[in-house]
Design a protein around this ligand. Sequence first.
Ligand code: MG
Length: 209
Amino acid sequence: MKIFCIGRNYVDHAKELNNPVPKKPLVFMKPMSAVLINNKPLYYPAFTKDLHYEAEIVLKITKNGKHVEEKFAHKYYNEIAFGIDFTARDVQAECKKKGHPWEIAKGFDGSGGLSEFISLDRVDSNAIKFHLKKNGEVVQKGNTKDLIFSFDHLISYLSTIFKIQTGDIIYTGTPAGVGPVQIGDTLEGFIETNLPEKTSVKMIKCDIK
Ligand code: MG
């Protein structure tokens, strides 16, 4: 299982961190040990003083593929989850400055918050609305219609470089509104579903300890 992550895939988020809007997907990966499931808490890592949340829609690959054409990419996924791409922003800033890789800022234990997966049939698959609450207040709102690189494009692009395999997951990027968490905070992620009609379903809860 591989965990792909896409950076700067919403224009408003690229701008909030003063990053250029990318011409092709910005890809990084997390190790499997990063995955945080079953609403487990995240223990604030000792090596950062600026831990941030990034709310993202996560795709699960359901079929092996290589060089998948974009027009066929929809056959390679049918479920989504709510993900939190936890980021040690201060460590990442240092990495960026030095031109170093991001793994220590984004691949640490627990850095991949992940809800259960739900069928794409339950959502408006071309415009999935999601939001994140911190301590009960909405801090991020996203809609996948605003993605710079669509799900299909990401799968097609990734498959030109990596064999994509059943069980791989893709964190598809975060909208604007990323911010810090402190010990004692609670994050909750919601996805708007069609069944029942336009109801936001709580997908994930994560306490920072
Ligand atoms: Mg991210």
